[in-house]
Design a protein around this ligand. Sequence first.
Ligand SMILES: Cc1cc2nc3c(=O)[nH]c(=O)nc-3n(C[C@H](O)[C@H](O)[C@H](O)COP(=O)(O)OP(=O)(O)OC[C@H]3O[C@@H](n4cnc5c(N)ncnc54)[C@H](O)[C@@H]3O)c2cc1C
Length: 291
Amino acid sequence: MTLLDRAIVRLLPAVPKPVVQLFSSRYIAGPTLADAVGVVVRLNAEGKMATIDVLGEEIVREHDARAIAQAYLDVFAEIERRRLDSNVSVKLTALGLNLSYELCKENLREVIAQGKFVRIDMEDTSTTDDTLRLYRELREDGIDNVGIVLQAYLRRTLDDVHQLADLQPNVRLCKGIYVEPPSLAFTDDGEVRANFVRSLDALLEAGSYVAVATHDEYLIQQGLQREIGEFQMLLGVREQRGTELVAAGHRLRVYVPFGEHWYAYSLRRLQENPAMAGTIARATVGRLVGK
Ligand SMILES: Cc1cc2nc3c(=O)[nH]c(=O)nc-3n(C[C@H](O)[C@H](O)[C@H](O)COP(=O)(O)OP(=O)(O)OC[C@H]3O[C@@H](n4cnc5c(N)ncnc54)[C@H](O)[C@@H]3O)c2cc1C
Protein backbone atom coordinates (compact mmCIF):
# COMPACT_ATOMS: atom_id res chain seq x y z
CA MET A 1 0.00 0.00 0.00
CA THR A 2 1.43 3.42 -0.92
CA LEU A 3 1.70 6.26 1.59
CA LEU A 4 -1.07 8.06 -0.25
CA ASP A 5 -3.31 4.99 -0.03
CA ARG A 6 -2.61 4.71 3.70
CA ALA A 7 -3.59 8.34 4.20
CA ILE A 8 -6.74 7.87 2.13
CA VAL A 9 -7.67 4.72 4.05
CA ARG A 10 -7.82 6.78 7.25
CA LEU A 11 -10.38 9.02 5.56
CA LEU A 12 -12.68 6.11 4.63
CA PRO A 13 -15.18 6.88 7.42
CA ALA A 14 -15.95 10.12 5.52
CA VAL A 15 -17.03 8.13 2.45
CA PRO A 16 -20.83 8.15 1.95
CA LYS A 17 -22.48 4.97 3.24
CA PRO A 18 -24.03 3.91 -0.09
CA VAL A 19 -20.55 3.96 -1.67
CA VAL A 20 -19.15 1.84 1.17
CA GLN A 21 -22.06 -0.58 0.75
CA LEU A 22 -21.51 -0.88 -2.96
CA PHE A 23 -17.82 -1.68 -2.68
CA SER A 24 -18.13 -3.99 0.33
CA SER A 25 -20.97 -6.20 -0.92
CA ARG A 26 -18.55 -9.04 -1.75
CA TYR A 27 -17.66 -9.37 1.94
CA ILE A 28 -21.23 -9.72 3.23
CA ALA A 29 -23.81 -12.39 2.42
CA GLY A 30 -26.65 -9.83 2.50
CA PRO A 31 -29.16 -8.36 4.92
CA THR A 32 -31.14 -11.52 5.72
CA LEU A 33 -30.62 -15.01 7.13
CA ALA A 34 -31.84 -16.43 3.82
CA ASP A 35 -28.90 -14.63 2.15
CA ALA A 36 -26.46 -16.24 4.57
CA VAL A 37 -28.02 -19.67 4.07
CA GLY A 38 -27.70 -19.31 0.30
CA VAL A 39 -24.00 -18.51 0.61
CA VAL A 40 -23.37 -21.39 3.04
CA VAL A 41 -25.15 -23.86 0.75
CA ARG A 42 -22.80 -22.78 -2.06
CA LEU A 43 -19.71 -23.00 0.17
CA ASN A 44 -20.69 -26.43 1.50
CA ALA A 45 -21.16 -27.66 -2.07
CA GLU A 46 -17.54 -26.57 -2.69
CA GLY A 47 -16.37 -28.60 0.32
CA LYS A 48 -15.95 -25.50 2.52
CA MET A 49 -17.34 -25.22 6.04
CA ALA A 50 -18.77 -21.95 7.34
CA THR A 51 -19.17 -19.85 10.43
CA ILE A 52 -22.14 -17.48 10.36
CA ASP A 53 -21.90 -14.05 11.99
CA VAL A 54 -24.95 -11.90 12.73
CA LEU A 55 -23.63 -8.36 12.25
CA GLY A 56 -24.45 -6.11 15.19
CA GLU A 57 -21.45 -4.44 16.74
CA GLU A 58 -23.03 -0.98 16.56
CA ILE A 59 -25.61 -2.11 19.14
CA VAL A 60 -26.28 0.44 21.92
CA ARG A 61 -29.64 -0.70 23.41
CA GLU A 62 -30.42 -3.73 25.55
CA HIS A 63 -33.42 -4.55 23.40
CA ASP A 64 -31.21 -4.74 20.29
CA ALA A 65 -28.61 -6.94 22.02
CA ARG A 66 -31.37 -9.39 22.97
CA ALA A 67 -32.61 -9.30 19.38
CA ILE A 68 -29.13 -10.31 18.18
CA ALA A 69 -29.14 -13.27 20.60
CA GLN A 70 -32.55 -14.24 19.23
CA ALA A 71 -31.22 -13.92 15.68
CA TYR A 72 -28.57 -16.51 16.55
CA LEU A 73 -31.26 -18.92 17.68
CA ASP A 74 -32.87 -18.48 14.27
CA VAL A 75 -29.49 -19.17 12.65
CA PHE A 76 -29.13 -22.43 14.59
CA ALA A 77 -32.64 -23.48 13.63
CA GLU A 78 -31.81 -22.92 9.97
CA ILE A 79 -28.44 -24.72 10.25
CA GLU A 80 -30.35 -27.69 11.67
CA ARG A 81 -33.19 -27.55 9.18
CA ARG A 82 -30.96 -27.24 6.11
CA ARG A 83 -28.27 -29.53 7.59
CA LEU A 84 -25.60 -26.91 6.93
CA ASP A 85 -21.96 -27.53 7.79
CA SER A 86 -21.63 -24.34 9.80
CA ASN A 87 -21.14 -23.02 13.30
CA VAL A 88 -21.51 -19.41 14.43
CA SER A 89 -19.28 -16.52 15.44
CA VAL A 90 -20.45 -13.89 17.90
CA LYS A 91 -19.19 -10.46 18.87
CA LEU A 92 -19.66 -9.69 22.55
CA THR A 93 -20.41 -6.03 21.84
CA ALA A 94 -23.32 -7.19 19.66
CA LEU A 95 -24.60 -9.15 22.65
CA GLY A 96 -24.40 -6.04 24.84
CA LEU A 97 -20.89 -6.03 26.34
CA ASN A 98 -20.71 -2.24 26.19
CA LEU A 99 -24.00 -2.03 28.09
CA SER A 100 -23.23 -4.56 30.82
CA TYR A 101 -21.06 -7.61 31.34
CA GLU A 102 -23.94 -9.51 32.94
CA LEU A 103 -26.36 -8.76 30.10
CA CYS A 104 -23.77 -9.95 27.60
CA LYS A 105 -23.09 -13.13 29.57
CA GLU A 106 -26.81 -13.88 29.79
CA ASN A 107 -27.24 -13.40 26.04
CA LEU A 108 -24.17 -15.49 25.26
CA ARG A 109 -25.34 -18.30 27.54
CA GLU A 110 -28.64 -18.32 25.66
CA VAL A 111 -26.81 -18.71 22.35
CA ILE A 112 -24.46 -21.38 23.69
CA ALA A 113 -27.33 -23.34 25.27
CA GLN A 114 -28.22 -24.51 21.75
CA GLY A 115 -25.35 -26.95 22.09
CA LYS A 116 -23.63 -26.20 18.78
CA PHE A 117 -20.17 -24.66 18.63
CA VAL A 118 -19.94 -20.90 19.20
CA ARG A 119 -16.80 -18.90 18.44
CA ILE A 120 -16.38 -15.65 20.37
CA ASP A 121 -14.72 -13.12 18.05
CA MET A 122 -12.08 -10.85 19.55
CA GLU A 123 -12.67 -7.11 19.25
CA ASP A 124 -10.55 -4.11 20.23
CA THR A 125 -8.38 -4.06 23.35
CA SER A 126 -11.04 -2.39 25.49
CA THR A 127 -12.80 -5.78 25.39
CA THR A 128 -9.88 -8.26 25.60
CA ASP A 129 -9.89 -8.80 29.38
CA ASP A 130 -13.67 -9.15 29.59
CA THR A 131 -13.71 -11.56 26.65
CA LEU A 132 -11.04 -13.83 28.14
CA ARG A 133 -12.69 -13.63 31.57
CA LEU A 134 -16.08 -14.59 30.19
CA TYR A 135 -14.56 -17.45 28.22
CA ARG A 136 -12.83 -18.79 31.33
CA GLU A 137 -16.01 -18.51 33.41
CA LEU A 138 -17.98 -20.48 30.84
CA ARG A 139 -15.35 -23.19 30.57
CA GLU A 140 -15.06 -23.47 34.35
CA ASP A 141 -18.85 -23.91 34.42
CA GLY A 142 -18.31 -27.00 32.27
CA ILE A 143 -19.34 -25.46 28.93
CA ASP A 144 -17.22 -26.88 26.10
CA ASN A 145 -18.97 -25.84 22.89
CA VAL A 146 -17.27 -22.46 22.89
CA GLY A 147 -14.04 -21.14 21.38
CA ILE A 148 -12.03 -17.97 21.45
CA VAL A 149 -9.97 -15.79 19.10
CA LEU A 150 -6.44 -14.56 19.76
CA GLN A 151 -4.79 -11.75 17.81
CA ALA A 152 -1.12 -12.12 16.90
CA TYR A 153 -0.57 -8.37 16.65
CA LEU A 154 -1.09 -7.93 20.39
CA ARG A 155 2.05 -7.94 22.51
CA ARG A 156 0.14 -9.75 25.27
CA THR A 157 -0.99 -12.71 23.14
CA LEU A 158 1.78 -15.15 23.98
CA ASP A 159 1.11 -14.50 27.69
CA ASP A 160 -2.59 -15.09 27.07
CA VAL A 161 -1.77 -18.41 25.40
CA HIS A 162 0.12 -19.48 28.51
CA GLN A 163 -2.64 -18.20 30.83
CA LEU A 164 -5.26 -20.16 28.89
CA ALA A 165 -3.22 -23.36 28.53
CA ASP A 166 -4.95 -25.18 31.40
CA LEU A 167 -8.24 -24.93 29.45
CA GLN A 168 -6.76 -26.30 26.20
CA PRO A 169 -8.82 -23.68 24.38
CA ASN A 170 -10.20 -24.06 20.88
CA VAL A 171 -8.60 -21.00 19.26
CA ARG A 172 -8.93 -19.07 16.04
CA LEU A 173 -5.59 -17.36 15.56
CA CYS A 174 -5.60 -14.23 13.38
CA LYS A 175 -3.44 -11.13 12.98
CA GLY A 176 -5.96 -8.68 14.47
CA ILE A 177 -7.66 -5.80 12.71
CA TYR A 178 -8.52 -3.05 15.19
CA VAL A 179 -6.39 0.10 15.42
CA GLU A 180 -4.28 -0.20 18.57
CA PRO A 181 -1.39 1.90 19.94
CA PRO A 182 2.17 0.60 19.44
CA SER A 183 2.43 0.10 23.21
CA LEU A 184 -0.16 -2.70 22.88
CA ALA A 185 0.29 -4.00 19.35
CA PHE A 186 3.12 -4.74 16.96
CA THR A 187 2.83 -2.51 13.93
CA ASP A 188 5.52 -4.10 11.77
CA ASP A 189 4.10 -6.92 9.65
CA GLY A 190 7.26 -9.00 10.17
CA GLU A 191 6.78 -8.81 13.93
CA VAL A 192 3.10 -9.68 13.64
CA ARG A 193 3.96 -12.72 11.53
CA ALA A 194 6.68 -13.82 13.97
CA ASN A 195 4.28 -13.50 16.91
CA PHE A 196 1.65 -15.41 14.93
CA VAL A 197 4.03 -18.34 14.43
CA ARG A 198 5.22 -18.23 18.07
CA SER A 199 1.62 -18.22 19.33
CA LEU A 200 0.64 -20.98 16.92
CA ASP A 201 3.44 -23.21 18.17
CA ALA A 202 2.62 -22.46 21.82
CA LEU A 203 -1.06 -23.30 21.26
CA LEU A 204 -0.25 -26.56 19.50
CA GLU A 205 2.20 -27.38 22.28
CA ALA A 206 -0.63 -26.87 24.80
CA GLY A 207 -2.79 -29.34 22.87
CA SER A 208 -5.23 -26.76 21.52
CA TYR A 209 -7.37 -27.13 18.42
CA VAL A 210 -6.16 -24.22 16.29
CA ALA A 211 -7.90 -22.56 13.36
CA VAL A 212 -5.39 -20.55 11.33
CA ALA A 213 -7.36 -17.55 10.05
CA THR A 214 -5.37 -15.74 7.41
CA HIS A 215 -5.05 -14.96 3.70
CA ASP A 216 -1.33 -14.27 4.07
CA GLU A 217 0.52 -16.88 1.99
CA TYR A 218 3.49 -16.91 4.36
CA LEU A 219 1.23 -17.86 7.28
CA ILE A 220 -0.79 -20.33 5.21
CA GLN A 221 2.52 -22.07 4.49
CA GLN A 222 3.31 -22.09 8.22
CA GLY A 223 -0.06 -23.72 8.84
CA LEU A 224 0.57 -26.32 6.15
CA GLN A 225 3.80 -27.34 7.90
CA ARG A 226 1.98 -28.08 11.17
CA GLU A 227 -0.87 -30.26 12.45
CA ILE A 228 -3.49 -27.52 12.67
CA GLY A 229 -7.24 -28.05 13.04
CA GLU A 230 -8.42 -25.97 10.08
CA PHE A 231 -7.81 -22.91 7.95
CA GLN A 232 -10.26 -20.01 8.00
CA MET A 233 -10.86 -17.22 5.52
CA LEU A 234 -13.27 -14.32 5.15
CA LEU A 235 -16.09 -14.32 2.64
CA GLY A 236 -14.98 -12.50 -0.51
CA VAL A 237 -11.24 -12.78 0.11
CA ARG A 238 -8.85 -15.12 -1.78
CA GLU A 239 -11.64 -17.59 -2.61
CA GLN A 240 -9.51 -19.37 -5.21
CA ARG A 241 -6.77 -20.02 -2.65
CA GLY A 242 -9.42 -21.48 -0.35
CA THR A 243 -10.59 -23.78 -3.12
CA GLU A 244 -7.02 -24.97 -3.65
CA LEU A 245 -6.62 -25.75 0.04
CA VAL A 246 -9.81 -27.81 0.00
CA ALA A 247 -8.71 -29.62 -3.18
CA ALA A 248 -5.46 -30.51 -1.42
CA GLY A 249 -7.48 -32.13 1.38
CA HIS A 250 -7.37 -29.39 4.04
CA ARG A 251 -10.26 -28.26 6.21
CA LEU A 252 -11.35 -24.71 5.42
CA ARG A 253 -14.02 -22.62 7.11
CA VAL A 254 -15.35 -19.38 5.63
CA TYR A 255 -16.62 -16.52 7.79
CA VAL A 256 -20.07 -15.50 6.52
CA PRO A 257 -21.46 -12.26 7.97
CA PHE A 258 -25.01 -11.10 7.31
CA GLY A 259 -27.48 -8.58 8.66
CA GLU A 260 -28.56 -4.98 8.69
CA HIS A 261 -25.64 -3.67 10.77
CA TRP A 262 -23.08 -3.99 7.98
CA TYR A 263 -21.26 -0.66 8.20
CA ALA A 264 -18.43 -1.14 10.74
CA TYR A 265 -17.54 -4.58 9.39
CA SER A 266 -17.47 -3.27 5.83
CA LEU A 267 -15.16 -0.39 6.73
CA ARG A 268 -12.65 -2.78 8.29
CA ARG A 269 -12.64 -5.04 5.23
CA LEU A 270 -12.14 -2.11 2.89
CA GLN A 271 -9.39 -0.68 5.05
CA GLU A 272 -7.37 -3.88 4.70
CA ASN A 273 -7.96 -4.25 0.99
CA PRO A 274 -4.97 -2.38 -0.43
CA ALA A 275 -6.38 -1.84 -3.91
CA MET A 276 -10.03 -1.18 -3.09
CA ALA A 277 -9.62 1.43 -0.35
CA GLY A 278 -7.68 3.79 -2.56
CA THR A 279 -10.02 3.33 -5.50
CA ILE A 280 -13.11 4.14 -3.45
CA ALA A 281 -11.57 7.09 -1.72
CA ARG A 282 -10.31 8.59 -4.97
CA ALA A 283 -13.72 8.09 -6.59
CA THR A 284 -15.36 9.86 -3.66
CA VAL A 285 -12.87 12.73 -3.61
CA GLY A 286 -13.44 13.02 -7.36
CA ARG A 287 -17.20 13.30 -6.82
CA LEU A 288 -16.78 15.93 -4.11
CA VAL A 289 -14.32 17.98 -6.18
CA GLY A 290 -16.63 17.57 -9.18
CA LYS A 291 -19.45 19.15 -7.18
C1 LIG B 1 -12.08 -16.23 9.52
C2 LIG B 1 -11.50 -14.97 10.07
C3 LIG B 1 -11.98 -14.48 11.26
C4 LIG B 1 -11.42 -13.31 11.80
N1 LIG B 1 -11.80 -12.89 13.05
C5 LIG B 1 -11.19 -11.83 13.61
C6 LIG B 1 -11.45 -11.45 14.96
O1 LIG B 1 -12.24 -12.07 15.67
N2 LIG B 1 -10.80 -10.36 15.45
C7 LIG B 1 -9.91 -9.65 14.70
O2 LIG B 1 -9.34 -8.68 15.21
N3 LIG B 1 -9.66 -9.98 13.42
C8 LIG B 1 -10.26 -11.05 12.87
N4 LIG B 1 -9.96 -11.40 11.58
C9 LIG B 1 -9.21 -10.46 10.71
C10 LIG B 1 -7.73 -10.66 10.82
O3 LIG B 1 -7.29 -10.24 12.08
C11 LIG B 1 -7.00 -9.84 9.74
O4 LIG B 1 -7.31 -8.51 9.90
C12 LIG B 1 -7.36 -10.25 8.34
O5 LIG B 1 -7.47 -11.63 8.20
C13 LIG B 1 -6.28 -9.79 7.36
O6 LIG B 1 -5.06 -10.36 7.73
P1 LIG B 1 -4.34 -11.52 6.89
O7 LIG B 1 -3.73 -12.48 7.88
O8 LIG B 1 -5.28 -12.11 5.92
O9 LIG B 1 -3.11 -10.82 6.20
P2 LIG B 1 -3.04 -9.56 5.22
O10 LIG B 1 -1.59 -9.30 5.07
O11 LIG B 1 -3.92 -8.45 5.68
O12 LIG B 1 -3.65 -10.11 3.88
C14 LIG B 1 -2.95 -11.01 3.05
C15 LIG B 1 -3.49 -10.84 1.64
O13 LIG B 1 -4.86 -11.23 1.61
C16 LIG B 1 -5.58 -10.36 0.75
N5 LIG B 1 -6.59 -9.62 1.55
C17 LIG B 1 -6.64 -9.51 2.89
N6 LIG B 1 -7.72 -8.81 3.27
C18 LIG B 1 -8.37 -8.47 2.13
C19 LIG B 1 -9.56 -7.75 1.86
N7 LIG B 1 -10.33 -7.25 2.82
N8 LIG B 1 -9.92 -7.60 0.56
C20 LIG B 1 -9.18 -8.12 -0.45
N9 LIG B 1 -8.04 -8.81 -0.24
C21 LIG B 1 -7.63 -8.98 1.02
C22 LIG B 1 -4.61 -9.43 0.12
O14 LIG B 1 -4.15 -10.02 -1.07
C23 LIG B 1 -3.49 -9.40 1.13
O15 LIG B 1 -2.24 -9.07 0.56
C24 LIG B 1 -10.43 -12.60 11.06
C25 LIG B 1 -9.96 -13.10 9.85
C26 LIG B 1 -10.46 -14.28 9.36
C27 LIG B 1 -9.88 -14.82 8.09
